[in-house]
Structure formats: structure tokens, C-alpha cells
Design a protein. Sequence first.
Length: 361
Amino acid sequence: GVLTIQLPNKTYDVVIEPNGYERLATEYAPLLKTTDRIGIIVDETVHTLYSEQLKRFEQLHNEVHTFIVPKGEACKTLDVYGRAQSFLLQKGFTRNSLLFAFGGGAVGDLTGFIAATFMRGIRFIQLPTTVLAHDSAVGGKTAINMPEGKNMVGAFHQPEAVIFDLNIFETLPEREWRSGMAELIKHAYISDATWTEQLLQDEQFVQPAFDTLEEQLLKGVSVKAKIVEEDTFEHGSRKFLNFGHTFGHAIEAATNFGTLSHGECVMIGMAYALLLSEKASTLQQGEAKKFIQFAKQQGYLFDSIFEYSFETLYQFMQKDKKASFGTLHFVILEKIGHPNVMTVDESLCREVFEEMRQLIE
Ligand code: NAD
Ligand code: ZN
């Protein structure tokens, strides 16, 4: 299926279907004709797994140059960013060139930032290869990491198109499925109680069949799209997309961005946010418990909340860039589908943490 994103000064399509990449040679041929060069930024894993597909991309135009970057978070560095920019300059790229981001959210963030800044901005197309990227590839946030923190240098830059080819998910490791589906259920919780319930009942939640996946991803993208259309630059409702992320980021930082994937940390963060919503807002009692049971059944791990003290996690929460002036801002749910933002002090934060430990044991 196709979903159109309409922003004040840019409209683009998100394609999610079994043979999505075929559209590049048909529907997107006119766009490709307007470019002098195509640069494909691809991560090493996707490069190895999809060399045949890369060849097909390389046949789309007579000047295609491929730049391979380290897999995962390791590509979002100033060093890789700089080397990629030099590569493009040496290959004669101009303001009329076009980039493809072929990889997961990390490659998408890197490529988007390269495109945002190369000669003050060139066009790019997202060809995302992870489930998580239904979240990251849409909305125009691009960034790289600094030694001081994640996503600290970046820009808003919207793609020309986002094209998913569902065949690409065949090789996705289970851990990455789990990561991506966490963001999907996040989109459900902040928008729609019926859809949330449907996901909670789905025994194949983590790795659904392709036809279900297409439908679910389109739903997820439409939630993100609607919020981004309302609030492109995150002054208001875009914050709701951070549901589960304040506590989730703390777990991610404490575990050193290694043992758990981003979505697995967000899953823990959503359990925390649901419990906070029950305690300090109007969410029906029992929702957090129900969510935790579901998450455990689906193979999500909660051990980390016993491995780190409240103090450690609280410090990480305060360092998160969404914290301002000492108080923490949490996205909570007044009820499922109705998010809001709430400031939370340290003692409430600690109480919820302790209750969560009891609930999980
Ligand atoms: P990723 O890009 O690091 O990919 C995860 C791993 O899966 C990598 O090792 C990659 O090589 C591998 N992989 C990718 N596609 C594969 C495939 N089809 N088959 C086999 N292996 C494959 O991670 P991600 O989870 O896709 O994205 C995480 C990144 O997204 C983070 O850097 C995060 O900051 C960013 N993000 C950005 C936004 C945004 O709005 N810009 C939102 C959420 C997350
Ligand atoms: Zn996230």
C-alpha cells in the first residue's frame, strides 16, 4: 500500500509492499531522470546480503556510486559522515544529485544528514530495511551521534520518498523484529485502543506474516505521519512519539547501547510509562500489568531493571535531551489512545520504579 505524507512544503509517498523496489524503475523514473548522479549509502550487512538488489539499483542510472558504511550505530559518526561527504565530492556530486539510504534506521539517519548538508541540501530517498525504520524513515529527523550523546548533531530534512520492499525482511534477525515491533505497538498505544487490543491478542506479534505486516506498518506510519503533519518541528504533539522513551533511553544508556536493541528498551520504558499513567493520571488500573505479561510472552526481557539502581537510571534520564530544568517530562496516557505530557519529580519517579520491580518479579 501507499500513504501520502503532506507537510507544509513537501509531499511524499511512503510505499510498503512486497515488491516495492520495482517502483523505482517505473513510478520514480521521472525523478531519477532529473538527477546527474545517484549515491547509495548502504551498511555492510545489507551490502553483503543484498548484492543482487544493489546491482539492480546500480542499473537505474548511468552514474551510480555506492558507499559502504559500518553496520548499525557505528555509521552515525562524524568520521563516517566526513568520509561520505568527501566521497561524494570526489565523485563529482552536485546540488542536482540524489542519495539512496539503503539500510536500517542508522543508515537512514546518517544518509538524511549527509543529504541535508551536502552543498546545503540535496534530495534523498529512504529504502529502509528494518521494521523499526517505519518509525525512523518518516518525519524528516536526521542525525549523527557525538561522543557526548546520541543524535546530538542533525537536521530536519524530508525524503523524496520512502520505499519498503517487504522481501527485505526475510533476513531480519529476531532481535531487530522485536525492536521494530515495539515502536509499532507504541504507535498503537498513543492512537487507538482497539488496535492496541488487537496487537495484545496477537500471538505472532513479533514476527507477523507479510500481509498482516504490510497492514500494520501502514497503520504505524499513518500515526507517525499524522503527528508529524501537525507538528513537524516538535513544539507540541510530536512529543507523544516519545512514549516509553524517557525511561527507555535510560535503560539504553545504562546497558551501553549494546545488550538490548532500541525497541527492547522502549518496551521496558512503555511498561514504566503505563504504570506512571495509572498512578499519576487516569489510565485504568491493570494496563501496565497486562502489557508486561504480553511483552514477556513475546520474549522481551526485563532483567535490566534489577541490574541498575534507581539512582543510576535517574541520572541517565536527566541527561536525556528532553529533560529541562531538573524536572522530567514523561508522555503518559490518560487512557489508551490519549497521550499527554506530564512533569514528574524524583520521588514519584522512584515510587513507580519500585512498583515496577514488584510487578515484574
Ligand atoms: P540499524 O540501522 O542499526 O539496523 C539494525 C541492524 O540490523 C544492523 O546491524 C543492520 O546491519 C541490520 N539489518 C538491517 N536490515 C537488515 C536486513 N534486512 N536483514 C538483516 N539485517 C539487517 O537499526 P534500526 O533499528 O533500524 O534503527 C535504529 C536507529 O534509528 C537508531 O540510530 C535511532 O537513533 C534511529 N531512529 C531515528 C528516528 C528518527 O526519527 N530519525 C526514530 C527512531 C530511531
Ligand atoms: Zn524509538
